[in-house]
Write a protein that binds this ligand. Structure first.
Ligand code: NAD
Length: 287
């Protein structure tokens, strides 16, 4: 098996990340089957894919003909059984280990034995998902970043039993999708979140301690270190609920105070202040 054998890609979930993954795969010429859990969510997800491509056409980044060609490659389904002819599957369902294990076990029984099964998880253990299959050597993490069509990075997660061949196919696929690939071991946070999470938690701790305002901290990181966004703007973009979930997973694994969520973060999530997506986080957003 090598990258030339991969023609059809299955995507599980057509939410924020799944829709982006569907788009880049279809634009790269792959046939894509995407599964959602009900007709409304499937329509919404496919609408998201079309909307994103239409924006690309408006901005002159994609031609109308290329958009139509890409859309013709996409098929939506409510049944994982429709993944039987896929050559590689990327799971992008919600961040819940029990659900992901169930999906991996089902995919293992539906897909040919040579098919690679990938997860887009941000924080869960890929080795544990692999253990829900009979093909742990063919399971890996393909961690895309939001928004998938725009962000140039792909983190590949090598689980304990992932084979070199699987990693190489993952790398080749990432490059075909136009991404720059880095490879990390299966540790909570991989590379990106392992560094981003303690940095963000520290920013919250120092804000809470009254060191400076959130605007001053953001400005410092932007102008002092050339970061495109300061930590509070970035946390609001990522979602404070997502950040808390990842921090808790990292603390659970490492038992290191660096990853312990500060009370202010937990209180904000309890109060429904999730960031951009809820209209308010550290900053307030109006549509
Ligand atoms: P989301 O909630 O926007 O989308 C998840 C979708 O999965 C939902 O539409 C849901 O209906 C669907 N789903 C749930 N169970 C399913 C099943 N059994 N079969 C098919 N579809 C199912 O979430 P998201 O932000 O797209 O995150 C998806 C995954 O990507 C998570 O594992 C998350 O950790 C990871 N991730 C998220 C980001 C981010 O910035 N949001 C970045 C990188 C990775």
């Amino acid at each position: 098996m090598d990258i030339s054998n991969i023609r059809a890609i299955g995507v599980v979930g057509c939410g924020l990340m799944g829709a982006g993954i569907v788009e880049i795969c279809a634009r790269a010429g792959y046939d894509v089957v995407v599964r959602e859990i009900n007709p409304e969510l499937l329509q919404k997800g496919l609408g998201r894919v079309k909307g994103s491509m239409a924006k690309g056409v408006e901005k002159g980044k994609l031609s109308q003909a290329d958009m139509e060609a890409a859309l013709a490659h996409i098929k939506g389904t409510l049944s994982l059984a429709d993944f039987k002819d896929c050559d590689l599957v990327i799971e992008a369902a919600v961040e819940n280990m029990q659900l992901k294990r169930t999906i991996f076990t089902e995919l293992d029984s539906i897909c040919r034995s040579d098919v690679i099964l990938a997860s887009n998880t941000s924080s869960l253990c890929v080795t544990e998902m692999a253990a829900a299959t009979e093909r742990p050597d063919k399971v890996l993490g393909l961690h895309f970043f939001n928004p998938v069509p725009v962000m140039p990075l792909l983190e590949i997660v090598r689980a304990l039993l992932t084979s070199d061949e699987t990693v190489e196919i993952g790398r080749a696929l990432g490059e075909k999708l136009g991404k720059t690939v880095v490879i990390a071991k299966d540790r909570p946070g991989f590379i990106a979140n392992l560094l981003f999470v303690p940095y963000s938690l520290d920013a919250i701790r120092w804000l809470d301690a009254g060191l400076a305002s959130k605007e001053e901290i953001d400005t410092t990181m932007k102008l002092g270190f050339n970061h495109p966004m300061g930590p509070f703007t970035l946390m609001d973009f990522v979602g404070l609920d997502t950040l808390l979930f990842i921090a808790d997973a990292m603390y659970e694994e490492f038992k290191d105070a660096r990853y312990a969520a500060p009370p202010l973060l937990r209180r904000m999530v309890q109060a429904g202040l999730y960031g951009r997506k809820s209209g308010r986080g550290f900053y307030t957003y109006t549509k």
